[in-house]
Write a protein that binds this ligand. Structure first.
Ligand code: S3P
Length: 435
């Protein structure tokens, strides 16, 4: 594997072609590992994402006493039931992963033992109050200095169900409360302000966990038994998005991406790109009972600028950095509103993208919750990933169409979500250079 702890330079106008395999979905991998650990019996998880973030979820569950083994094609997990976890010998490290930190705390807060969770410098700046508040309402005992990591979690004898309205559109908060609800007696009700990705609900239903979901309201009764069942994970649409946009913006390209997860709450990027004029076809649609997936065929296209706001935002929340690159090469101004949550990702993504795009000669203006991008020609230059894997990959894809090379500094974070990003670029004969 290429060592990409260094800066990477890219400049190429090669066409992209053929078929590519994108690794498994990150959100579903985290959830599959955690839920299978809480089941009774052995689970095989196919097409799991073998990346830094998900490997930390494996380590975390192992430190809680779960047997997990990696095989060439699958992960096997020996769950011992909801009440099987044991006190970890060491502090749990969530690294760069907000999903791991927020989901796991939902489980840790319900245990009869104390634990501590930390993260890297980026994760340590991200808000955790959003999970501490509902979990505290459930009687949990979580100690944090500034509403950020590290969190010290102490056992509590007063744990109970919750009726909670989520003011922030966040699948991580929803999933944290859902996982905590598994441990308490009686019915918990969780209501969302907008629908966010529902992979936790889908997996629970796959495991025959009885729950009611009506529009934006979930009602779930705790302490049901979960029996292990194998899981197949579709490939990650959030990773696919980089190569979908790469194909659209380079001349004479045509690419097929195999078995991409097409959960409606994740496919905003496809809908938006089609609105912008993208030639995208969905082939061989399939559904395994809990997630749908298909092959995606993409062809080079002339893209038009876009205006976006409202509920669609949560359906493409992780795809904005690469969408901003697509907007940068359109003829005209794109305006995207209601994206305040982008400020709380692995970096402040409005700021990181604005900084980088400005350096590359693209005119960008932002407010606290919106961005305006004046399309033009992406020049070349040096941009920083701002400790953010999706910012790093977005600017590297911009290097496929920039006038001069783009060098992206701090690219090792790409391993958190997409460890085969560089090998796919190499397969496509794209010129990438380690600096
Ligand atoms: C995720 C939810 C989203 C997303 C993140 C993964 C998940 O975060 O940005 O990359 O797996 O639940 P929020 O819940 O903070 O919106």
């Amino acid at each position: 594997m290429m060592d990409h702890s260094h800066s990477i330079s890219i400049n190429d106008s090669n066409k992209l072609s053929g078929k590519i395999l994108i690794p498994g979905d990150k959100s579903i991998t985290h959830r599959s590992i955690i839920l299978s650990s809480l089941c009774e019996g052995k689970t095989k998880i196919y097409n799991y994402l073998d990346s830094d973030d998900c490997n930390l979820t494996i380590l975390a569950m192992k430190s809680l006493g779960v047997n997990i083994t990696k095989h060439p094609n699958y992960l096997s997990i020996e769950g011992k039931g909801l009440k099987s976890l044991k006190k970890p010998a060491k502090t749990i490290d969530a690294g760069n992963s907000g999903t791991l930190a927020r989901l796991l705390v939902g489980v840790l807060a319900m245990q009869p033992f104390s634990s501590k969770i930390i993260g890297d410098s980026s994760l340590s700046e991200r808000p955790m109050e959003r999970i501490i508040e509902p979990l505290s309402q459930m009687g949990a005992n979580i100690i944090s200095k500034n509403g950020t990591l590290p969190l010290n979690i102490e056992p509590s004898k007063k744990l109970h169900n919750i009726n909670y309205f989520l003011k922030i559109a966040s699948a991580q908060i929803k999933s944290c409360i859902l996982l905590a609800s598994l441990y308490v007696e009686g019915e918990s009700i969780i209501e969302e302000i907008v629908n966010t990705r529902n992979h936790t609900e889908n997996l629970l239903q796959h495991l025959n966990y009885d729950m009611k979901i009506r529009n934006k309201k979930i009602s779930i009764i705790g302490q049901q038994k979960m029996i292990a069942k194998d899981i197949y994970i579709p490939s990650d649409i959030s990773s696919a998005a980089f190569f979908i946009v790469a194909t659209l913006i380079t001349d004479k390209s045509e690419l097929i991406l195999k078995n991409i997860g097409l959960n409606y709450l994740r496919t905003g990027i496809i809908d938006v790109l089609i609105k912008m004029g993208a030639q995208i076809e969905i082939l061989n649609e399939s559904n395994n009972g809990y997630e749908s997936f298909a092959d995606i065929k993409v062809k080079s296209s002339k893209l038009k600028p876009i205006q976006l706001s409202g509920e669609i935002v949560s359906r493409l929340i992780d795809e904005f950095p690469i969408l901003f690159i697509a907007c940068s090469i359109c003829n005209g101004v794109s305006e995207i509103k209601n994206i305040q949550e982008l400020r709380f990702k692995e970096s402040d993504r409005i700021k990181s993208m604005e900084l980088g795009l400005n350096k590359l000669g693209i005119n960008v203006k932002s407010t606290k919750d919106s961005i305006k991008i004046q399309g033009g020609t992406i020049q070349g230059g040096i941009v920083d990933s701002c400790n953010d894997h999706r910012v790093a990959m977005s600017f590297l894809i911009a290097g496929l169409v920039s006038k001069k090379p783009i060098t992206v500094t701090n690219t090792s974070n790409i391993n958190t979500s997409f460890p085969t990003f560089f090998s796919i670029l190499k397969e496509q004969n794209v010129g990438i250079y380690k600096i």
